[in-house]
Design a protein around this ligand. Structure first.
Ligand code: SAM
Length: 321
């Protein structure tokens, strides 16, 4: 029972801290329990009880008589850290009730209704999911800039499933000759136009809300991003999309895939992610050799695989036409 009870309580405590803004409240420095309770508008008793568990888990620590974030909490769950994954905690709060349907998804082999349908019904879900993806994107962004070469004569970037727009923004900032098109479902793009406008890039980055299977991607492109999107599609859909990407790429153009590649045997994180996908979208992760088959069928050459560090960040696959 400890394998069931303790992960549930650990997850519930960390998610609740995120929802209450507890880690952010400690970002600028340690506080006493009553000060923290006031800042997060909670009872002293509740705050102390939650803090006790977060200390035991290594998320908070005592400094003198005061409560403080540990180094790792400060780094991953506050606006003053390297990446703020708080949107991931808020998303996990929404994912909890969905996980209640896991046995039914296992029984039928597919979700009762996909995440994308749920987002159409409950618009806040799309916004929240995009903010969560944006946290991943700020973590992945420097790796992409480092590994993806952009030549001066390359002008047109297509970001399929580009969601929050952060990757297109980062590349347009770094390479002033680039303009970009982002294709994604309307539910994922609700805040993207505002972010792009804030970055003063509305004249260079354009949104095409729609299903990427049906949407016109808008002519020829020099660089195509397919970042963390393949696991949301079936093998047959990926084969078709990669073929279509091949057709849209200019000669010498590059496709950049980011994925969590399935290894044999699967480790626990891979296997957990595949179970999540079974429930949320009915799809799965794929092996590197499957991507290689799709790429070579679409006429891609010089395929390169880059495993990112740390491994949980996934892999990049770069391929040229
Ligand atoms: C896991 S997120 C990755 C977001 C972004 N590319 C990134 O790397 O942060 C997958 C994205 O693909 C989009 N997506 C999934 N199926 C799609 C479809 N059929 N048409 C357009 N976008 C789709 C989702 O809305 C979501 O924004």
């Amino acid at each position: 029972m400890l394998d069931v009870y303790m992960p549930m309580m650990k997850s519930a405590a960390i998610v609740s801290a995120g929802r209450l803004g507890l880690f952010e409240a400690l970002a600028k420095g340690p506080l006493s329990v009553p000060q923290l309770a006031e800042k997060i508008q909670s009872s002293i008793k509740g705050t102390a009880t939650l803090a006790d568990f977060l200390i035991a888990l290594g998320y908070l620590e005592k400094q003198g008589g005061l409560l403080a974030n540990t180094e790792s909490t400060q780094r991953w769950f506050t606006s003053l850290g390297q990446v703020d994954y708080t949107p991931g905690l808020l998303w996990t709060h929404e994912a909890w009730p969905m996980m209640g349907g896991l046995a039914e998804a296992v029984r039928s082999g597919h979700p009762e209704r996909t995440l994308w349908d749920a987002m159409v019904e409950h618009s806040h879900l799309g916004e929240l999911f995009s903010s969560y993806m944006a946290a991943f994107a700020s973590d992945l962004g420097p790796d992409l800039l480092k590994h993806v070469p952009v030549a001066p004569e390359q002008h047109r970037l297509l970001d399929l499933g580009g969601s929050h727009g952060l990757h297109a923004i980062r590349f347009c900032r770094r390479h002033p000759q680039l303009s970009a098109v982002i294709v994604d479902l309307p539910s994922a793009l609700s805040e993207t136009g505002t972010t792009i406008a804030r970055e003063q890039l509305s004249d260079r980055i354009h949104l095409r809300p729609g299903d990427l299977h049906e949407e016109d991607w808008g002519g020829e492109h020099d660089l195509v991003f397919y970042l963390s999107v393949a696991h949301n599609h079936t093998a047959e859909e990926n084969r078709h999309i990669i073929q279509r990407i091949g057709d849209t790429l200019s000669s010498g153009g590059m496709l950049v895939i980011h994925e969590y590649l399935a290894e044999t045997p699967l480790d626990a994180l891979d296997a957990a992610f595949r179970l999540t996908l079974l429930l949320e979208t009915g799809t799965q992760t794929y092996r590197y050799d499957e991507f290689c088959n799709w790429l070579s069928a679409a006429g891609f050459v010089s395929v390169v695989r880059i495993d990112l560090d740390p491994r949980e960040k996934g892999s990049l696959i770069l391929a040229r036409r």
